[in-house]
Every structure is written in structure tokens, then in C-alpha cells.
Unconditional design. Structure first.
Ligand SMILES: Nc1ncnc2c1ncn2[C@@H]1O[C@H](COP(=O)(O)OP(=O)(O)O)[C@@H](O)[C@H]1O
Ligand SMILES: [Mg+2]
Length: 317
């Protein structure tokens, strides 16, 4: 899938040829610096992109249908129920002027399991499940009456209440301290196990991605540069960008570099994509070939791919 933003000047090619599969029940991570296109990808799946966004190529298949072609009514049935999203700032997920309980009633399908009382008790049960004490009473409170960590739990409860098939979590732990982050990651994993939903976990925090995900995509300036099982990416990174991110010792990621390290050089201008490998201007390995020709995705291991001329392709056995 490819997405442009119209800006009045040359369109900005924010995502180019992104291909990703989120298998049922799996936790897939997307990692990349700020501005690499992670949120754009998430919002495209939810069909919540801003008006100046254009999907220039591709499809988003959910339940055998192209999400991009659904009517707004059909999309409303899916959004928040079958595909739910939680944002970095829980105040984005939560409505400030409606009580938590009111919002949790609204999300529940009309007519499903009948009356208000049963919906309310379901809402309380889900709140309790994500660790909100006195859930029954808390239903009548408003988002601002909770701490940041509690708000994020409530936002996750709302995401989970209809037992979605996919939960998209966009930087949900970024604003939280380390202890709260660990609790939220633990909660997400438990909920995945209980509900069996897939999670698309977006973060620029490698430690969090390493802890939670089964597979990961490394996004750089709107392109997937490497993807594969989490252990392959962390122990055998093949793309120089992933290597730079992961630095040398994967075991120490969560202690030392909680955030992505800063890599020298600037991200390319996405209104005028240069020839060659998108990372070549910042790459210490780049050769003439890299500046001239964009590399293909090479399979470098079982289900592990890297977009680099120097990636070690899997040797035929
Ligand atoms: N509505 C928009 N119009 C123009 N450019 C946008 C718009 N939304 C995002 N962008 C640009 O698209 C790029 C990707 O943004 P985003 O998806 O938010 O990245 P990330 O979530 O990885 O930080 C950034 O360069 C950002 O400035
Ligand atoms: Mg973002």
C-alpha cells in the first residue's frame, strides 16, 4: 500500500509499497523513528486518515474485503468493534465530556446482549479486568478524573470491550513511566491470550517491542526496510538501519536504549524521493550501487526479509 499527502506543493510520498500481514492472534510490532509513517499506517487501517491523504495504490484486506472500498456504514460496524485502536494520548481515545460508562455503553453493539443494565455490568467487568478499582462507581466518572496510567487502562478496556479481532496500539506506553509501561505490556499480552485478538503494536521503543511482539517490521521513511520474527530481527539484524537501532547488545536494550538511538544524517525529503536505497544517504556501508539502485527485499532467513544490497541472502542448501 502507498499513501501520499497533498500539501499544496508536490505530494509527499509518506508510505511506499508497504505490505504487511497481521495473522490472527499474533502481536506484530512496527518500529521506526518519529515521522517514519507508523501512525499514518494505523489510521489508514481504521480509515481515519485526514482529508489530504490519498491511498495511491494497494488494498487493506480484512475479513476477505478491502477496507478501503467499504461504505462508511459498513466501516462504522468494524471500527472500534472488530478493529479497535488505542492512541498514545488516552485523551484522544476518550471523550472528555461523556462519562466513562456512557462511552462504554455506546461502543457496545446495539441490541447485542440486550439492555443497559447488562451492558453496564459488562463495562464494569472489563474495567475491573484492566485493573480499575471500584469499577462500578468509576463508570460515572470522566476521563480527567483518572491518572495517565489509569486513563490508558480505560482506553484499552474500551478497545477490548467488543473483543476485537485486531487491536491497534499506537505508542500506547510512550507517555508512561517504566513501571506503568511494563504493566500495560503485561496487560496487552494477557488480553491477547484471553480474547485471541491480534495486536498491531506501534512504538519507537525497542524494549517494548522486543518484550511484546512475535514479529516486527522496521519502518524507515515510509518503507519497510526489514521484517521478520522478533528474535531474528534482534539477534541477526540484516539492514544497517535495524543494526543501528538495535546497537550491539540486544539483551541490554531495555536497560540502556529505551528509545531509538539517534542516527547521523537527515531523513530524506519525501516529496522528492531520491534514486537508490532510501537509507543510503545515512548509511555507513553505502556504495555506488546503493546510491544508484533501490534494493529489493531479500529473504535472509525463514520469514525474515531485508531491503539491502548487502543483506546476506539465504544460502541454498
Ligand atoms: N495530514 C498530513 N499532511 C501532511 N503530512 C502529514 C500529515 N500527517 C502526517 N504527515 C507527515 O507524514 C509523515 C509520517 O507521519 P506519521 O505517520 O505521524 O509518523 P510516525 O507516526 O511514525 O511518527 C511525517 O513526515 C508527517 O509530517
Ligand atoms: Mg505516530
Amino acid at each position: 500500500m502507498s499513501i501520499d499527502f497533498d500539501t499544496g506543493r508536490a505530494p509527499v510520498h509518506v508510505l511506499r509499497d508497504i505490505s504487511l500481514t497481521v495473522p490472527a492472534g499474533e502481536i506484530v510490532g512496527i518500529v521506526g523513528e518519529s515521522g517514519s509513517g507508523k501512525s499514518t499506517l494505523a489510521l489508514a487501517i481504521m480509515r481515519l486518515l485526514s482529508g489530504n491523504a490519498r491511498v495511491t495504490a494497494g488494498r487493506i484486506i480484512f475479513d476477505d474485503k478491502d477496507i478501503l472500498k467499504l461504505t462508511e456504514d459498513a466501516m462504522r460496524e468494524i471500527r472500534g468493534r472488530r478493529i479497535a485502536m488505542v492512541f498514545q494520548d488516552p485523551m484522544t481515545s476518550l471523550n472528555p465530556v461523556r462519562s466513562i460508562g456512557r462511552q462504554m455503553l455506546d461502543i457496545q453493539r446495539h441490541g447485542a446482549d440486550g439492555n443497559t443494565a447488562s451492558k453496564r455490568s459488562k463495562a464494569a467487568a472489563v474495567l475491573k479486568r484492566v485493573g480499575i478499582p471500584d469499577a462500578d462507581q468509576q463508570l460515572d466518572n470522566y476521563a480527567f478524573q483518572f491518572s495517565g496510567g489509569m486513563r490508558q487502562r480505560i482506553a484499552i478496556a474500551m478497545g477490548m470491550i467488543e473483543k476485537p479481532e485486531i487491536l491497534i496500539a499506537d505508542e500506547v506506553t510512550t507517555a508512561l513511566d517504566v513501571t506503568l509501561e511494563a504493566q500495560i505490556l503485561h496487560l496487552l499480552r494477557e488480553l491477547r491470550d484471553e480474547i485471541g485478538c491480534a495486536i498491531l503494536f506501534i512504538s519507537h521503543n525497542l524494549g517494548a517491542v522486543a518484550e511484546l511482539c512475535d514479529r516486527v517490521l522496521v519502518l524507515y521513511a515510509g518503507e519497510v526496510v526489514e521484517q521478520g520474527p522478533i528474535t531474528d530481527i534482534f539477534y541477526r539484524p540484516q539492514h544497517p538501519y535495524s543494526r543501528a537501532l538495535i546497537a550491539c547488545d540486544p539483551a541490554r536494550i531495555s536497560e540502556v536504549t529505551r528509545d531509538l538511538p539517534v542516527i547521523a544524517g537527515e531523513v530524506p525529503n519525501l516529496a522528492a524521493i531520491p534514486r537508490g536505497c532510501i537509507f543510503s544517504p545515512r548509511c555507513t556501508l553505502a556504495s555506488d550501487l546503493c546510491h544508484r539502485e533501490a534494493p529489493a527485499m531479500f529473504e535472509v532467513g525463514n520469514g525474515h526479509f531485508a531491503r539491502c544490497h548487502f543483506a546476506e541472502a539465504v544460502a541454498p542448501r
